[in-house]
Design a protein around this ligand. Sequence first.
Ligand SMILES: [Zn+2]
Length: 306
Amino acid sequence: MLATVGILSVAFLYRAAGCYIDMTGIPGLESPSPAVSTDGGMTAVHFLDVGQGDSTLICGTEKTVLIDGGERDQGDVVLADLKEFGVKTIDCIIATHPHSDHIGGLVDVLEYAAEYDDLEIKQVIIPDIPENDIPTTAVYANFLNGVEANGLSVTFAEYQMTLDLGSSMMTIYPPVPGADYSSLNDYSVCANLVCGDVSFFFTGDMEHPEEYDLLEGGFLSGVEATVLKAGHHGSSTSSSEELLAQLKPEYVVISCGAGNKYGHPNTEALERFYQYTDEIYRTDLDGIITCTTDGTNVAWTTEGEE
Ligand SMILES: [Zn+2]
């Protein structure tokens, strides 16, 4: 009940702001629980090692999703990993937010797919950012050109947008409509992947303001995370106590570069994770991290251990 009230009030605010999505027509708003697949097959989630950046490849039985692609100089790494994992079609790329450590490598992926027949990209989802905050950087322009070179237009993330991967179901959680943030990190598109009893929550670089807005709006009602991809590379400005209390992670994955200048992951964030679990995987220590699940059990492999 509380969640419904929260959503309605956000919907009202949004309409009052006179923006572009009619929230009343979006299916599932009355029941914000994540969608669930009934396929029952295996899903593999590969947290790629792109140094100080973020890139996650998700392979269901029917569909494949790539969330972010690391920095501009990591495009070759991501392309090599796509080949290694036998990916010929990316059904959906999610560019969580337009910072270069997330979309930089996607430029190479998009340009490669536009030029060669052995990789096809079918959809690219991005956050709908207020006009004043849309970046004018070269990397963002190159990213958009790359999308166009594939004959595609970007798809703006909307509430309760779902993607059926066969063995798992992904639900998209965009930033709260009408919100005005000082950092692009808070416009991150989040996603919840549910495979039977096992779920993943992907955060981009979401920090406390977006976390609080999603929680207070009731958008994360019913969402838990067996596996949490820590927001913003394990920064203290992400993964608030409130978010962790909602998601209750059993495993945490942090994507960051060895010896990075930002001090990621931050000790305070690690302490907050330890309240829930000491099963913390880090790309700076473990390289590529793969979590495979049949919907009941989870199995982990890290680079060099396979
Ligand atoms: Zn980042």
